[in-house]
Ligand binder design. Structure first.
Ligand code: CP
Length: 309
């Protein structure tokens, strides 16, 4: 496979990427998606590369997807869960990382509950760092797989209207998606309760509405986000029932639009809260396509970053 230039040594956020970087990831992911549909799904590209998946916060999709991507590229992989490690004895992030790296590890895929943790680590250790979600900051590979999935459905992102709905305030998926979609030429509207939309979000070049129906009527793609109760110190809406009533997306709402609409959700879904079960499982939904595409996109990211060594 031909390699062109990827400008980054690490993947810390979409904010740092050029449009060319993003397009290179998506184009490279096309080749890996083809590979995933062949009988032999493995290539030797990352043979002799060792990658540790360092997860300080729970994950289903991202962790499994990265591990599968690494294995399909023939990398040696190690999974690190903080609950069963010496982190529980007080070991610092840098000490943990340096101890792992002294065992000749080449790359670290890291999820952390603190915004900026992967950026901090990238300044202190000599390995490529991939951000697998940091606090409320960024989740770059989610945005890349979301862009890939929209492109697969609609052909291109240029001029497409994407609504991001729900808990924008606490969502790293929202921020990475906004950066990625804008760089690829899409129009973006964020919608949700006023208490869950940051005050200065318009400075990122997005439209704001507090009316979910209005956002749905406007968009080609609706990306519904999870209510992140674990990140809310004070209640920001009165009850889940009320949230669901005023801001939840249902199949009836989507069907009543009388147009094609692509429904996305990064997972995990709070069924019956931000999204009804019948909407999540409807013909509008590409939620499981997103998960499938995540493996190809993460293979592309690992492959391009390994080429920077
Ligand atoms: N979308 C996402 O990040 O899911 P996980 O938390 O399960 O990895």
């Amino acid at each position: 496979m031909e390699k062109t230039t990827f400008t980054q040594k690490h993947l810390l956020g979409i904010k740092d990427l050029t449009r060319n970087d993003i397009e290179l990831v998506l184009k490279t992911a096309d080749s890996f998606k083809d590979l995933m549909n062949r009988p032999v799904k493995k290539v030797p590209s990352l043979k002799d590369t060792t990658i540790v998946n360092l997860f300080y916060e729970n994950s289903t999709r991202t962790r499994i997807s990265f591990e599968l991507a690494e294995k399909r590229l023939s990398a040696d992989t190690i999974n690190f869960a903080t609950s069963s490690s010496s982190v529980s004895k007080g070991e610092t992030l840098i000490d943990t990382a340096n101890n792992i790296l002294s065992m000749k590890v080449d790359m670290i895929v890291m999820r952390h509950y603190a915004s900026g943790a992967p950026h901090f680590l990238s300044r202190h250790v000599d390995a490529a760092i991939i951000n697998a979600g940091d606090g409320t900051n960024e989740h770059p590979t989610q945005a890349l797989l979301d862009a890939y999935s929209i492109r697969e459905q609609l052909g291109s992102l240029q001029g497409k209207k994407v609504a991001i709905l729900g808990d924008i305030m606490h969502s790293r998926v929202a921020l990475s998606n906004i950066f990625c979609l804008k760089k690829l030429g899409a129009e973006v509207t964020v919608a949700g309760p006023p208490t869950l939309i940051p005050k200065h979000i318009k400075s990122l070049g997005v439209n704001v509405t507090y009316n979910i129906q209005e956002a749905l009527a406007w968009c080609d793609v609706a990306n519904v986000l999870r209510i992140q109760l674990e990140r809310q110190n004070l209640p920001l809406f009165s009850s889940l029932r009320e949230y669901s009533l005023y801001y939840g997306v249902t199949k009836k709402m989507l069907d009543s639009l009388k147009k094609e609409i692509v429904l996305m959700h990064p997972g995990p879904i709070n069924r019956g809260v931000e999204l009804s079960s019948d909407a999540a499982d409807s013909h509008h939904s590409i939620i499981l396509n997103q998960v499938e595409n995540g493996v190809a996109v993460r293979m592309a990211v690992l492959y391009l970053l390994a080429g920077k060594k």
